[in-house]
Every structure is written in structure tokens, then in C-alpha cells.
Write a protein that binds this ligand. Structure first.
Ligand SMILES: Cc1ncc(COP(=O)(O)O)c(C=O)c1O
Length: 465
């Protein structure tokens, strides 16, 4: 595990991949077909903040496994050992029964989430969100004659890949060509002040963006709206940190119209922004919190739909009704490796003080990116919270014309050639796939951050001059 490949010739692996693997979110034209221009990239090993590809080339991973997941970094033997021990003891039993790691992780998780009380295990972020949507619908049927069934979601937010999650998806390029969608999902405006929809700033902007949600509720009819689903800090829609005043007003609106608040922490959850959960920066009290990626840092698949007792109670308060429980199952929600890994993951974050490191390194990186903005006119805006940051590229600072996607991708590719993995908003928003994304593991040091920023600096110079 030192980045040196034991088997020097893995060309058969590359060819098997080229012939048979359908990669996620990638155009295959470059490496499949009669005249391939390149080989598929295969990541072979990882250690700490670094990964090695099939050629043995080392990369600094600035995006925690590509999609903000490996929060505690690679090569954590104690997680692997915990998973191994658990698999030998009991790999699986359906979630109709409990398991030792499932019970212990739920206790540990809830201890980090005051006000919440129940953990429903699933196997992906999309599925966790679907569970919350189903709960909202079932509550509507049981208590509101089916009427209060609408779910509000926000422009630019993403909640997953299934058709129902895409129906709650605020990223039109990601959604395109997968309709027709599930009825009953209604969009509210985004809250990105840099792309302002109102001539206001700061807290006044935050209040206006939240009030825009109220307008949608009033237009639809509050008695038809069951829930509001939001990312605490929008991820793939452009790394959007909500303005001051936004969240308290959102909470107030939900309470006023008896609308359940669902916070999608699939990216922000378990440390990414420097608190256990993103919503905890804002003093919000959600009804549902969904999480996935960082829960076990990708060492095993686990996702959770966490509710408060008020929601849980609505599924058990009428034992005379044989339909009044959550009639849902997730086969792999019964896997034990996930909670076994998640327990170790959380222990590592606590023992190594990684929340504090995330705050300190996040602030440092924000400063470094702001300094880069002073140097490169192409950076229009820098934003972020903790180790979750974005730099929006524009062709012109005055008009804020987004930089062409090809050039944004060229910056990412240049960094990759330097052995540094960064991300960019990808097939999300028509004409606005122009934000560079950073989400290094929570163990990042100043040196790692300097390396990420300096690679970006060089790439911007080469691509934009
Ligand atoms: C905010 C958010 N919610 C949900 C999901 C879906 O999670 P999964 O890919 O595990 O289904 C994602 C995935 O990127 C996400 O970013």
C-alpha cells in the first residue's frame, strides 16, 4: 500500500474495462469504439489524500473519491478490519430485524443530531431521499385525505438519480430526456446571491430568497404542500452557501404552513462543512435528514433517512389501522458492513479532531482561493463552507457571462495532468457548468491545500492566459 503497483502489467484490466464497463456520467466515445484516443482511467490504490492510477501515477485527490465521499481518506485499516470482522460474524439480515452495528451506529448518530430520533437504513442517497418522499406521501394519505402531498424542491439542488428524485431535481441538464417525471414535485427559486434574482444583498437577499418559497406555497395552496426538500449547502448545482437570514426564515415558513422540512445532507453530512451536519450551522430543526456519501467514507455502502419522533409517531400512533406503518423495505439496508464502517468512520473523525481541522483548513483554503481570484479575472466568485468549496469561472466579471464549459473542463484536465484531481459542475445546469469544485478529505493539511490551489493557478494560467 505504498502506491507501487505489485503487478506491473494490468493491461488486461484496462481492456476488460474498455470492453465491458459502462462508466458513470461519462461519454465513452474517447476510449471505446474503433479508434480509441485514450485508455479508461482505473484507480488502483489509495492512501491518505492520494490515489494511484493504472500507470502508477500519483494524484492528490481534491474531491474525496470524485464525488465528495472519502471524508476520512484512503487506507484506513481499522475501518476495513471492523467491516471484515462484522462480515464474518453476520453479513446480512433483512432490516425487519435489528443488527448489532445497526443499533450501535444509530445511537451514535442520533447523539450528534439533537432533536432527531430514528434511523431508517438504505443503500444510497437517492434511496434515502425516496424514503422521505414516501413518508411524506403516506402522511398525506393518512392525515390529509391525500391532499398535502406536494414536495417542494429548489432550483439547482440535486437529490438523486431515480425518476422520483429527478422529479425533485433542480438541474435541468441532469434531468433532460428522462421525463415524464413523477407528479407532485414543485420547484422553488435558488438562493445564490452571485446569480441574483432580486436587487438586494446579504440578509435582505436571504430573506427574499426564502420569501420566494412562501410565494410558491401560497400559489400552490398550503393545504397541498407536505414537505420542502433542500440541500443545506447546494453541491453539484454550484456550491451554494445560503445567504444570511435564509435558513431561519425557511424554518419559520415551514412551521407557519405545517410543512415538513427535509434536509438532504448526502454531501454535507458527517463533517464536510466542519459540523456533523450542514444544517447545524444554521440552528435549523429538520423533520427529515438524509445522508449517504461520507457516512462511512465509501468503505461500505450505507445511507440513512433520519427522522424526528414527531414523524416516527405518525407511523405508529394508530395500531388499529393495519396500513399505519411504513410499508417499505430496502434489501441492502440490512447489510451490516455499512453501520460497522460508519461507527469507525465517526470514531476517527472524533479522535483525530477532523471537524476542527475541516473548519481551519476550510478557512485557509477559502483565503487561498480568494487570493487566486485577485490574480485571475476569470474567477468571478469563490464560495464554500468547511472543506466544501467552489470557484465560479466567468468570461467577464461585469456581465458574469459563464466561462465556456470546454475551458472549465480544460482546467480540470490540466490539473489531472499535473496529478491533482479537482472537480467541476458537470451536466448540471444548461450554460452554467462553470464552477470548479473542491472537497478534499477532512484530513487535508496546509501543504495539500497549497498543492490544490497552486495546480489550479497553473491550470488557469495555461487555459485562460
Ligand atoms: C445532494 C445529493 N443528494 C443525493 C444524491 C444521490 O446520492 P446517491 O448517488 O448515493 O444515490 C447526491 C449524489 O451526488 C447528492 O449530491
Amino acid at each position: 500500500m505504498d502506491g507501487k503497483l505489485r503487478d506491473n502489467d494490468i493491461s488486461h484490466v484496462v481492456e476488460a474495462d474498455r470492453a465491458h464497463v459502462w462508466h458513470h456520467l461519462i461519454q465513452h466515445a474517447g476510449w471505446t469504439g474503433p479508434d480509441p484516443k485514450a485508455d479508461p482511467r482505473i484507480i488502483v490504490e489509495g492512501r491518505g489524500m492520494r490515489v494511484w492510477d493504472q500507470k502508477g501515477k500519483e494524484h492528490l485527490d481534491g474531491v474525496s473519491g470524485g464525488v465528495w465521499t472519502v471524508n476520512v481518506g484512503y487506507g484506513r485499516e481499522r475501518i476495513a478490519n471492523a467491516v471484515r470482522d462484522q462480515l464474518i460474524k453476520l453479513p446480512y439480515f433483512a432490516g425487519t430485524a435489528g443488527s448489532i452495528p445497526g443499533a450501535l451506529f444509530s445511537e451514535k448518530l442520533i447523539s450528534k443530531m439533537p432533536g432527531m430520533s430514528r434511523v431508517y437504513y438504505t443503500n444510497s442517497g437517492s434511496e434515502a431521499n425516496e424514503k422521505a418522499f414516501k413518508m411524506v406521501r403516506q402522511i398525506a394519505h393518512k392525515r390529509h385525505g391525500g391532499k398535502k402531498h406536494k414536495i417542494l424542491y429548489r432550483d439547482r439542488d440535486y437529490h438523486g438519480t431515480t425518476i422520483a428524485c429527478l422529479s425533485a431535481g433542480g438541474q435541468d441538464e441532469r434531468n433532460a430526456q428522462y421525463g415524464p417525471y413523477t407528479p407532485g414535485f414543485v420547484r422553488v427559486p435558488h438562493c445564490l446571491e452571485y446569480r441574483a434574482q432580486w436587487d438586494l444583498s446579504g440578509e435582505e437577499y436571504g430573506l427574499a430568497a426564502a420569501n420566494a418559497i412562501e410565494e410558491v406555497i401560497l400559489r400552490e395552496g398550503p393545504d397541498t404542500v407536505g414537505a420542502l426538500c433542500l440541500e443545506p449547502v447546494t453541491a453539484g448545482g454550484g456550491v451554494i452557501v445560503p445567504p444570511e437570514g435564509y435558513w431561519p426564515r425557511v424554518q419559520e415558513i415551514c412551521r407557519k404552513y405545517d410543512i415538513l422540512l427535509h434536509i438532504d445532507e448526502v454531501v454535507c453530512g458527517v463533517g464536510r462543512t466542519g459540523t456533523w451536519f450542514g444544517y447545524q450551522h444554521y440552528g435549523v430543526e429538520p423533520d427529515f435528514v438524509t445522508m449517504a456519501k461520507g457516512v462511512a467514507s465509501g468503505y461500505a455502502a450505507i445511507a440513512c433517512c433520519v427522522t424526528n419522533e414527531r414523524v416516527f409517531e405518525m407511523f405508529r400512533d394508530d395500531a388499529t389501522d393495519p396500513m399505519n406503518y411504513f410499508r417499505d423495505i430496502s434489501t441492502f439496508g440490512g447489510c451490516t458492513a455499512g453501520p460497522a464502517a460508519a461507527l469507525e468512520n465517526m470514531a476517527i473523525i472524533e479522535e483525530e479532531g477532523l471537524l476542527d481541522n475541516t473548519v481551519a483548513m476550510g478557512d485557509y483554503m477559502l483565503d487561498q482561493l480568494r487570493a487566486l481570484k485577485d490574480k485571475h479575472a476569470v474567477i468571478g466568485d469563490v464560495r464554500g463552507k468547511g472543506l466544501f468549496l467552489g470557484a465560479e469561472l466567468v468570461s467577464d466579471r461585469g456581465s458574469k457571462e459563464p466561462a465556456p464549459e470546454k475551458q472549465v473542463q480544460a482546467v480540470v484536465a490540466d490539473c489531472m495532468a499535473q496529478g491533482v484531481v479537482i472537480g467541476a459542475t458537470n451536466r448540471s445546469l444548461p450554460g452554467f457548468n462553470n464552477t470548479l469544485c473542491y472537497s478534499p478529505a477532512l484530513i487535508a493539511t496546509r501543504d495539500d491545500i497549497d498543492h490544490l490551489v497552486s495546480a489550479t493557478d497553473q491550470a488557469l494560467t495555461r487555459v485562460f492566459g
